[in-house]
Design a protein around this ligand. Structure first.
Ligand SMILES: *Cc1c(COP(=O)(O)O)cnc(C)c1O
Length: 389
């Protein structure tokens, strides 16, 4: 039977890799109502606590009164509103680029850029730990697809040197989503210059969170548009709304407008989302104290977890995974935390390599110090239990 779906599902269950959704009955926040229980959560990407911010809600409602709910058409038809235009200008200015183009999701932005720029004459060089959407984009483009060892410039350099591709595109996550570490962009951009390649950075987890003004990893590492030609950012994480954008030269944006199929053949995001995101950029720029508080929580969590003897990764970001190893054990620990009213997602293969299952703790500026202490206490109780067993 070719469509024996049950067999595949059963196999997932047996391997402890089965997934299902849970239902929230309250807005995104540290304390949430989920599946009828109250949880203290450490699993969202709402790093600055903006997803339910009253100013964003107000801007959203105001724009919905003006422009309705649906945009009704693609950007190139008549779905591109005043707020979309303003947001593209604001994102270009915020990230220090000449221009920007909106996409409805980050996944689509990545597919759109890589498939528009590359075909089978070209080569794409991806960090081994890149997000699934970047890997899919590289494969779909038809370009010669290579994955270099994580953050390994020697490996990337020798692959670039050997390549005879027409266009060479290096693609990397800014902050790696399952480990929380970041790319060393000066190494990447130097190799790109030596090998006549371009660099694309996916800053989904850096935008809003890193850099003096919150403009992300490129700001933090001083990488201009001449170094990183293609900057992709998502709006559904630190920015608290939804959608994504690509920023770069005017020519790049004009090219994507004409060739990026996931831009052309899809409905524009609602204007109200764009309006709310404009408000979000203001807050990100003008309230650096959110980033300061988040950094304090990150340090506090790391210090506390180290004292408990937990296995942390070398991450300075809001993503603070606790390495467990075995998928079943990661699942058990997440379940034990859940019974204490704390929600932390277990991350298992195939999202991460076999043997590196982990609890993916994410912190937000909306958490209090006391809430992080609650998590540390719960983790301490867990390790005390495993030791006495
Ligand atoms: C979340 C994420 C995406 C996808 O963005 P969406 O807007 O959620 O589709 C792309 N890249 C990375 C690194 C991400 O973490």
């Amino acid at each position: 039977m070719s469509f024996d779906l049950e067999q595949d599902l059963n196999q997932r269950r047996e391997q402890n890799l089965y997934r299902r959704t849970r239902m929230a009955q309250s807005p995104q926040a540290p304390v949430m109502e989920i599946d009828g229980h109250t949880y203290l959560t450490f699993c969202s990407n709402d790093y600055l606590g903006l997803a339910n911010h009253p100013m964003l809600v107000k801007a959203f409602k105001h724009a919905a009164d003006e422009f309705g709910v649906g945009s009704g058409a693609a950007h190139l038809v008549n779905g591109h509103s005043y707020y979309h235009e303003k947001l593209e200008e604001a994102l270009a200015e915020f990230t220090g680029r000449d221009a920007a183009i909106l996409f409805s999701t980050g996944y689509m932005a990545n597919l759109g850029v890589v498939t528009a720029l590359l075909d089978k004459q070209d080569g794409v060089f991806e960090d081994k730990w890149n997000h699934a959407s970047l890997l899919d984009a590289g494969l779909l483009s038809g370009a010669r697809f290579q994955r270099y060892l994580h953050n390994d410039m020697g490996n990337l350099g020798s692959r670039l040197k050997r390549s005879e591709a027409r266009r060479k595109l290096i693609v990397t996550d800014g902050v790696f989503s399952m480990d929380g570490d970041w790319a060393q962009l000066d190494g990447v951009t130097e190799l790109a210059k030596q090998n006549d390649a371009w660099v694309m950075v996916d800053d989904a987890h850096g935008l809003g969170v890193l850099g003096e003004s919150g403009a992300g990893l490129c700001e933090a590492q001083n990488q201009s548009q001449d170094d990183v030609q293609i900057l992709m950012g998502t709006l559904g994480k630190g920015m608290g709304t939804a959608g994504a954008f690509v920023a770069g030269s005017k020519e790049l944006i004009e090219y994507l407008t004409n060739f990026a199929r996931p831009y052309i053949y899809t409905t524009a995001m609602p204007a109200a989302i764009a309006a709310a995101t404009l408000e979000s950029i203001n807050i990100v720029k003008n309230e650096p104290e959110r980033r300061v508080h988040l950094q304090m929580l990150i340090k506090h969590f790391r210090d506390g977890a180290k004292q408990l003897g937990l296995n942390l990764m070398t991450s300075h970001t809001a993503i603070q995974p606790v390495l467990v190893g075995d998928a079943q054990q990661a699942l058990n620990m997440s379940e034990a935390l859940r019974q204490q009213g704390i929600m932390v997602t277990p991350i298992r293969p195939p999202t991460v390599p076999v043997g590196t299952a982990r609890l993916r703790v994410t912190l937000s500026a909306s958490h209090s110090l006391e809430q992080v202490n609650q998590l540390l206490d719960a983790l301490a109780a867990l390790s005390a239990n495993t030791e006495s067993n």
